[in-house]
Design a binder for this molecule. Structure first.
Ligand SMILES: *[C@@H]1O[C@H](CO)[C@@H](O)[C@H](O)[C@H]1NC(C)=O
Ligand SMILES: *[C@@H]1O[C@H](CO)[C@@H](O)[C@H](O)[C@H]1NC(C)=O
Ligand SMILES: *[C@@H]1O[C@H](CO)[C@@H](O)[C@H](O)[C@H]1NC(C)=O
Ligand SMILES: *[C@@H]1O[C@H](CO)[C@@H](O)[C@H](O)[C@H]1NC(C)=O
Length: 783
């Protein structure tokens, strides 16, 4: 009987080897699509490494070319040409190009920049329904932005900057309820901004600079998540837009805004950058802007602001740039602006300040000019409202007809331009003008959420909690709800109103931090939701009452109730069977796979430990305390957060070997799973690894000496051997010799497959009532 099952085991090995594709291999149709894309793009230098034998999923990513796969298909495609790419030849068809793209149906991130793409953006882009991030900057796309973009329901980031789009900003964009970043900078969009934009509840970044947009903005004070508003170089105005107080960046430079600044600007406590330069603003300057708690950059140049400045005016110490020039200010320059002039730029020419030289006008000049400007904003409002409405109506009418005419003229001209562009030799047409912009912010919007998978997860959606709610859940953080203390703070167990249990991590923060400092981390944390992670449910800031800085940050996680993996293997409690252990191991690897490739930037070096893997009531393994950016002092894996050391770990985040640290740690977990002995010291790992090596070479009986006696009888020799071999490879000292995540996963699935068929076979003679019958070679679905 033993020989018979052994033979079945071997037979299965053979059959399975023949039948199973390697999981890290791309579907051949997708590989084919990539090669077609290469051809349609006219074989650009950036794709020169692609040929029929390229292993797309495992090629090293670089800042210009990255392909990321999850399971068997492509989820991210980044191709970036050179800055000066001329338009592709006339034979290029944007339509065929997108038809090819639609053969990559699982694409979540599509970044095709500076590739010379030309033509109208095809409506069929809507077929790429998984898209979360689209960056098509610096191409020659023209025509209207297709309405069909609005059916990309998962879209979070849409960047179409530096193209030639015309027409209005489509009003249907408001259907993109997850849209966080909209950047349409430097196109030829015209007309007013649609009213519906005020419904984009998730919007964080709105960049519309360098277009021909006009008229007053709709009321966007309801966009409570908006942090960056950049309208530079358009025809917006005259009313100052209605905004909310939590903005970080407001750029209204070079528009047609008039009237006075709203007094409530002085309460924008998160405002770091305010640029209202070169408009037609009048009325008193608000000196309190200089002392806003977060202000770094203030530019009011080229308006007609009036008023006296005093030497004793206070300013924020962190101000780096102040430009007051070309206004009608009088009095004295505040002394706080004069000190530390080394790291601070302060410009104030062409005013009437009491300073020798520096091109100041005599005070009388400002006085007469101020009188000429002379109308205070609130008086203006009172005068003849009726007439004004008519006047505005007429103005809008005129602007409207101008834009219709402009439209037709532009169309005619554009054809000419395109033809010219085609003929001209390559030249630097597209510039990546760095407007000193928080590109970090934009870049961070590249995280991918697993929203689609979440539905199946059954976890409530991520949200922010209130301190009161957490106090109620933990009985005021009572001792009985205290679970433990980590290096960064305590963990409490809480029960929410709806009866569900949660784990609450309470982090004490360094002084003087604003919630702003954490926004990017929070955004990333909110995406850390996966079946095999102890997923994040939300966060909560506790503020200092005096200066609105953050005193504590709470992170709320699922509460996973069934103990750690160790407590289910090598310490008392219930003991997992071999097949349950394999299933848990597969879960852990899937969690690692998600951390490395399912989010961006990937999380590496997650300090995986058997005591950090938790099991839920269905024995699903979940990784807890992965490399959380807020918790990790050393932010080696946060590609864009630091901004400085990014260099090589650009977009895919799959740095060479970085992913292999987790593989090693997983090897130790696997060792404990097999041996059933708690491993606490590094020296134990070395000793056991040697034993493992010997026992793999030894015959069946000797091999089993290392194996937990509890599972010895339950496991098929071949299945054990496969796991031991992959374990040994994971523990290779040399990172390059450790297997890839996919390789590990494949081997574990294989071990399950072999085990299942062996079990079926041995039961047919032994008829053990304990384990349910399995048909042979049933497809494994242990995820
Ligand atoms: C494919 O490209 C690789 C280098 O990128 C090269 O080593 C290999 O020979 C090429 N194969 C074919 C069939 O051209
Ligand atoms: C600042 O100086 C002006 C006149 O020099 C004075 O009227 C004002 O009270 C002073 N303000 C403070 C806060 O000292
Ligand atoms: C906008 O794009 C055009 C070409 O597409 C380029 O010449 C110009 O410098 C860009 N302007 C800004 C402000 O980036
Ligand atoms: C979009 O692509 C451009 C050009 O490659 C890049 O500079 C920019 O950072 C990208 N934006 C995002 C949010 O990825």
């Amino acid at each position: 009987m033993v020989p018979r099952s052994y033979i079945t085991c071997l037979l299965t090995v053979f059959v399975v080897l023949v039948l199973l594709p390697h999981t890290h291999q791309l579907q051949s149709s997708q590989a084919w699509s990539l090669l077609r894309i290469q051809r349609l793009l006219n074989y650009p230098p950036v794709l020169s490494s692609w040929n029929t034998s390229t292993d797309f999923c495992n090629a090293d990513p670089n800042p210009y070319l990255t392909v990321v796969c999850y399971e068997e298909s492509i989820t991210q495609l980044h191709i970036s040409g050179s800055d000066s790419s001329p338009p592709l030849p006339l034979s290029f068809s944007i339509d065929s190009f997108f038809t090819t793209l639609t053969r990559l149906p699982n694409l979540k991130v599509l970044s095709l920049t500076s590739l010379g793409l030309w033509g109208p953006l095809p409506p069929k882009i809507s077929r790429l329904s998984s898209l979360e991030i689209v960056n098509m900057s610096s191409n020659y796309l023209y025509g209207a932005i297709p309405r069909q973009v609005s059916s990309l329901r998962h879209l979070q980031t849409l960047i179409l900057e530096h193209n030639m789009f015309t027409g209005q900003v489509p009003d249907v964009l408001s259907e993109l309820s997850l849209l966080a970043v909209l950047n349409l900078q430097n196109n030829t969009l015209s007309g007013p901004l649609p009213q519906s934009i005020s419904g984009l509840q998730s919007l964080r970044v709105l960049v519309l600079s360098s277009n021909s947009l006009s008229a007053d903005l709709p009321d966007i004070s309801g966009l409570t998540n908006l942090q960056v508003l950049d309208l530079e170089n358009n025809y917006f105005g005259p009313q100052f837009p209605r905004l909310q107080r939590k903005l970080v960046t407001v750029v209204l430079r070079k528009n047609r805004f008039g009237g006075g600044l709203p007094a409530d600007l002085s309460s924008y406590y998160l405002l770091e950058r305010l640029d209202v330069s070169f408009n037609k603003f009048v009325g008193p300057f608000l000196p309190s802007l200089l002392s806003l708690p977060s202000i770094r950059y203030l530019n009011i140049a080229g308006n007609r602001f009036t008023g006296m400045l005093f030497q004793n005016t206070t300013c924020n110490d962190d101000l780096k740039f102040v430009d007051l020039s070309s206004n009608l200010l009088s009095g004295n320059l505040p002394t706080c602006l004069l000190s530390n002039t080394k790291d601070k730029v302060v410009l104030y020419s062409s005013n009437c300040l009491g300073i020798e030289d520096h091109g100041q006008h005599p005070t009388s000049f400002c006085q007469t000019q101020a009188l000429a400007v002379g109308i205070l904003p609130h008086q203006e409002k009172r005068t003849s409202g009726g007439k004004k409405v008519i006047a505005i109506g007429v103005a809008v009418g005129i602007v409207g007809s101008i834009s219709i005419v402009g439209f037709a003229v532009f169309f005619a001209i554009r054809r000419g331009i395109i033809k010219r562009l085609m003929k001209q030799p390559p030249r630097r047409i597209v510039e990546h003008a760095s407007s000193g912009y928080p590109f970090k912010l934009l870049a961070d919007a590249r995280y991918i959420s697993q929203t689609m998978k979440l539905g199946a997860l059954g976890i409530p959606s991520y949200r922010s909690f209130s301190v009161e709610e957490l106090e109620a859940a933990t009985n005021n953080f009572e001792l009985s709800s205290f679970m433990g203390e980590g290096s960064h703070g305590q963990i409490y167990r809480g029960r929410l109103k709806d009866g569900s249990w949660v784990a609450i991590r309470c982090l004490k923060l360094k002084k003087g931090q604003t919630s702003q400092n954490f926004n990017r981390h929070i955004e990333l944390i909110s995406k850390l939701r996966h079946r095999h992670l102890v997923s994040a449910l939300g966060h909560c800031f506790e503020y200092n009452l005096d200066d609105s800085s953050v005193s504590r940050l709470f992170l709320i996680f699922e509460y996973v109730s069934n103990g750690t993996l160790r407590s289910n293997i090598s310490e008392g409690g219930q003991r997992l069977t071999w097949i349950q252990r394999l299933s848990a191991a597969i879960g852990v690897v899937k969690g690692i796979q998600f951390l490395h490739g399912g989010i961006m930037p990937g999380f590496f070096s997650n300090d995986l430990k058997v005591t950090n893997i938790f099991l839920d009531q269905n024995l699903v393994a979940k990784i807890s305390s992965y490399n959380l950016p807020v918790l990790a002092e050393n932010m080696i894996t946060m590609v864009s957060a630091g901004g400085s050391s990014s260099g090589s770990n650009e977009p895919g985040g799959r740095l060479k070997h970085l992913d292999k640290i987790d593989i090693y740690d997983f090897g130790i977990i696997l060792l404990e799973i097999v041996s059933g002995r708690p491993i606490t010291l590094t020296s134990e790992v070395h000793i056991m690894k040697d034993e493992l090596q010997e026992s793999i070479l030894a015959d069946g009986a000797a091999r089993r000496s290392l194996v937990d006696h509890f599972i010895r009888r339950q496991s098929c020799d071949e299945s054990l051997k496969t796991v031991m071999e992959i374990c040994l490879r994971c523990l290779s000292e040399e990172p390059t010799q450790r297997p890839s995540v996919e390789d590990v996963l494949w081997n574990l699935h294989f071990a399950v497959q072999v085990q299942e068929s062996w079990r079926w076979d041995s039961q047919s003679s032994e008829d053990s009532p304990l384990s349910p019958r399995q048909p042979p070679r049933s497809p494994v679905s242990l995820n």
